[in-house]
Design a protein. Structure first.
Length: 323
C-alpha cells in the first residue's frame, strides 16, 4: 500500500488518503466539473453516488475499529536477537457488528524489535476473540515493554487508511544475546581482576606428593610446610568443575563505567559462557567489582544469572523478576 502525504490526525485517530483514494477524488472532481458545465442530471447523480461512497467508507471504517481491544501474551523471558513466540488476541466487544481487515501495529518501545508476520485479522465476529501467533525478536537486553498499539484498516473501499491507538500492555524480560563460545579447559585459570574464568575446584579427595606435571595452583601449602615436601590437593573427578566468571563494569585505569558498546559485548560474552557451562553441568558463580553470586548448576540458577545480566549496568533498571 502506497500512501500520499494527505493525513489528518485527531485525538487517537489518523486518516490518511491512499493512492486509490486520491484517484477516486480526482475522478469525483472531474465528474463535478462536467456536471456543472453541462447541467446533465445523470452526472449529478453519479457525483452524488461518488460522494456517498466516501461517506459510507468513513462510517464503515469507524464501525470496524470501534470497541476493539488487544491483549498480548509474551513468554516470561526472551534472548536478544533470537525469535520468540508471542500471541496477540484481538477482541470485538460490539454486540452486533463484526469488524473487517484489521492490522495491528505495535508502537516502538525503547528497544528495537520486529514482529513477523505483521498481525492481520480479516474477520472478527461480534462478541468474539481471535488469536494470532507471531514471532517477536528483540534486539537488546533489559526490560521490554509495549504500552500501546495502532489498529489500522483500509476497509471497505481502500480510499483511506484509518488508524486508532489503543492500550496493549505487553511486557517481558530480554536476556543478553547468546553466541557460541569455547568453554575453558578444566586446567585453565585466570587472574582475578584480569581474567574471565577462575575454576573453583571440585570436592577434595586426598593430599599426595607432588609429581612432575602437577600445577602449582593445586599445591597444598599447609601440608607442604609441615612435611617439608611439596604436596598437592587431589580432587574427586566427576568431569565437572565450579567456575567463577568475572564481569568488569568499570575501566581499571580510570575507575569509570565502561562504554555502552563494550559493556554490551562483555555482558553477551559472559552470558554465553554462563549458559554453555551450566548446560554442561558445571557450577557457575558470577562476580563483579561489588558482588558475587552463589554457585549453582540448576536451570533456576541459570535463570537467576540471566536476570542479573539482563539489567546489570543499565541505568534506571532494577530487577524485573516478577514480570
Amino acid at each position: 500500500m502506497t500512501s500520499t502525504h494527505f493525513t489528518i490526525a485527531l485525538h487517537n485517530r489518523t486518516l490518511q488518503l491512499t493512492r486509490e483514494g486520491l484517484g477516486f477524488i480526482m475522478i469525483l472532481i472531474g465528474v463535478g466539473l462536467g456536471a456543472i458545465n453541462t447541467g446533465n442530471n445523470l452526472l449529478y447523480l453519479i457525483l452524488a453516488m461518488c460522494c456517498s461512497f466516501i461517506v459510507v467508507s468513513g462510517i464503515l471504517s469507524e464501525m470496524s475499529l470501534k470497541k476493539l481491544s488487544v491483549k498480548g501474551e509474551a513468554p516470561a523471558y526472551l534472548y536478544a536477537r533470537e525469535p520468540g513466540s508471542l500471541k496477540l488476541k484481538l477482541s470485538n466487544h460490539k454486540k452486533w457488528e463484526p469488524s473487517y481487515s484489521i492490522h495491528i501495529k505495535p508502537t516502538q518501545s525503547r528497544q528495537p524489535f520486529t514482529l513477523e508476520p505483521e498481525p492481520y485479522f480479516f474477520f472478527i465476529p461480534s462478541g468474539s476473540t481471535i488469536e494470532k501467533p507471531v514471532i517477536l525478536t528483540a534486539q537488546k537486553r533489559g526490560h521490554f515493554k509495549i504500552a500501546t498499539c495502532r489498529l489500522a484498516t483500509r476497509f471497505p473501499f481502500g480510499f483511506f487508511y484509518k488508524t486508532k491507538t489503543i492500550p496493549l500492555q505487553l511486557e517481558t524480560v530480554v536476556f543478553p544475546a547468546i553466541h557460541p563460545v569455547k568453554p575453558p579447559d578444566q586446567s585453565e585459570t585466570g587472574i582475578e581482576g584480569e581474567g574471565i574464568v577462575q575454576p573453583k575446584g571440585e570436592e577434595l579427595h586426598a593430599v599426595r606428593e607432588f609429581q612432575p606435571g602437577d600445577s602449582l595452583n593445586s599445591v597444598h601449602w599447609k601440608s607442604s610446610a609441615k612435611t617439608g615436601n611439596l604436596r598437592v590437593k587431589e580432587f574427586q573427578s566427576h568431569n565437572l568443575q565450579s567456575y567463577t566468571i568475572f564481569l568488569a563494569l568499570k575501566n581499571p585505569t580510570t575507575n569509570q563505567p565502561i562504554q555502552e558498546e563494550d559493556l554490551e559485548e562483555r555482558v553477551s560474552d559472559v552470558a554465553s559462557l554462563v549458559y554453555h557451562l551450566i548446560q554442561r553441568g558445571h557450577e557457575v558463580s558470577l562476580k563483579t567489582e561489588e558482588t558475587q553470586t552463589a554457585y549453582g548448576s540448576s536451570e533456576a540458577h541459570l535463570l537467576d544469572l540471566m536476570y542479573t545480566l539482563a539489567f546489570i549496568g543499565l541505568q534506571g533498571e532494577g530487577s524485573r523478576r516478577n514480570l
